[in-house]
Design a protein around this ligand. Structure first.
Ligand code: NDP
Length: 299
C-alpha cells in the first residue's frame, strides 16, 4: 500500500512517515522542497495522483505559531491558502484518478468550536463561523469535498486536532526552554481549557483512519481527559521537575502575537473525542501527566 502525504516533511508529517514506513507502507511526500520520494505541488497538479496510491493524507500548512512572522493580512492569507489550496489540490487529483485511493484524511482544528468555559463539545456540536480560525476550519473541512460517485469508493476523514504535544515541534518546542529554566507557568488565569493530543496518538489515529473502513467524517483529535492550561503547565513542569509558578499575562501575548492569533492560547474549549472513541480508537496517552512524562523522558 502507498500513502501520499501533503506536508509530510513537518512535525506531524515526518512522525507519520516513520510510523507508516515501519508498518511496511510506501510513502510519497508532497513538498515545496525537492528530495527523494518527494513530488512538488505543481507536479502533483499537472501529473495527477502517483500510480497505486491507496491513501492520501494532508498535513500541509504554514505554521500559525511562527512567532517570527507578524500577523499581517499577507501572512493570514498564507496560513489560509497553504491549508485550503493544498487540500483542494489533493481532492482534485483524487477526483481525476482512474484508480481511486480508498481514503482521504485531512486536518482541521478545535478552533472550529467557540471558546467557552462551560460547554462540552463533541463531533455532533454545531460549528458556526465567529472568528478567523473558525472560518479557516470551516473552509478547510469543506476543501476535501469529493463527488458522490468518488465518495462511494473513497472515504473522507477530517481530524479536528487539539494542540499536538511532542518533543520535536509545535507548542512543546516553544515552551521547552522557558519551562526547563523554571520560568514556565499558566497563561492568564490558566482556567481556560486546552484541548491536546500526544503526537503518537495523533499519528496512530491517522493510521487507524487509513486502516479501518468504518471510520468516516469528522473525528475530534483530542485526548479523552480534557485539561486546562494550568493543568498542562503543572504536568509539564512536574515532568521536568521544575516549578511552574510564573504566570504569563494574556495581555502580553495579545501584544506580542496579535489578539486574533493569541486566542488559541488565551482562550479554550472543552472538547471530547466522542466519535473517535465510538469507532474504537484507543489512546496510549489519555491523561496529560502520562503524556508530559513520555515527552520529557523520550530519547
Ligand atoms: P508544520 O509547521 O510542521 O508544517 C507542515 C508542513 O506544511 C511543512 O513541513 C511544509 O512542508 C508545509 N508548509 C508550510 N508552509 C506552507 C505553505 N505556505 N504552503 C504549502 N505548504 C506549506 O505543521 P505540523 O506538522 O505541526 O501540522 C500539520 C498540520 O496539522 C497543519 O495544517 C496544522 O495546522 C495542523 N494542526 C497542527 C497542530 C499542532 O499542534 N501542531 C494542531 C492542530 C492542527 P514543505 O516545507 O515540505 O513544503
Amino acid at each position: 500500500s502507498n500513502v501520499l502525504i501533503g506536508g509530510g516533511t513537518g512535525f506531524i508529517g515526518s512522525r507519520l512517515c516513520t510510523v507508516l514506513r515501519n508498518k511496511g507502507y510506501g510513502i510519497t511526500v508532497v513538498s515545496r522542497m525537492p528530495g527523494p520520494q518527494r513530488i512538488s505541488w505543481s507536479d502533483l497538479h499537472a501529473k495527477g495522483l502517483p500510480k497505486d496510491t491507496t491513501a492520501v493524507v494532508n498535513l500541509a500548512g504554514q505554521n500559525v505559531m511562527d512567532f517570527k512572522r507578524r500577523w499581517t493580512p499577507g501572512f493570514k492569507q498564507n496560513v489560509f491558502n497553504s491549508r485550503i489550496n493544498t487540500t483542494i489540490c489533493l481532492a482534485k487529483v483524487i477526483e481525476e484518478a482512474e484508480k481511486k485511493p480508498s481514503v482521504f484524511v485531512s486536518m482541521s482544528g478545535v478552533g472550529a468550536y467557540k471558546p467557552d468555559s462551560q460547554k462540552e463539545y463533541t463531533e455532533d456540536s454545531e460549528c458556526e463561523e465567529f472568528d478567523f480560525f473558525s472560518g479557516l476550519c470551516k473552509n478547510w473541512e469543506q476543501a476535501n469535498n469529493l463527488s458522490p460517485k468518488t465518495q462511494s469508493c473513497c472515504r473522507t476523514v477530517v481530524i479536528r486536532s487539539g494542540v499536538v504535544l511532542g518533543r520535536e515541534g509545535g507548542m512543546i518546542k516553544q515552551l521547552y526552554l522557558p519551562f526547563y529554566l523554571g520560568l514556565g507557568g499558566p497563561v492568564g488565569s490558566g482556567s481556560q481549557y486546552m484541548p491536546w493530543i500526544h503526537i503518537d496518538d495523533l499519528t496512530s489515529l491517522i493510521v487507524y483512519a487509513i486502516e479501518n473502513k468504518e471510520v468516516k467524517g469528522v473525528l475530534n483529535g483530542v485526548a479523552p481527559r480534557p485539561c486546562t492550561n494550568k493543568d498542562f503547565s503543572k504536568a509539564f513542569a512536574k515532568a521536568l521537575r521544575r516549578p511552574a509558578v510564573i504566570p504569563l499575562p494574556s495581555f502580553v501575548l495579545n501584544l506580542l502575537l496579535n489578539k486574533e492569533r493569541a486566542v488559541m492560547i488565551t482562550e479554550g474549549q472543552k472538547v471530547l473525542p466522542k466519535k473517535t472513541q465510538a469507532v474504537g480508537f484507543n489512546y496510549k496517552y489519555p491523561d496529560i501527566e502520562s503524556a508530559c512524562k513520555a515527552i520529557v523522558t523520550e530519547k
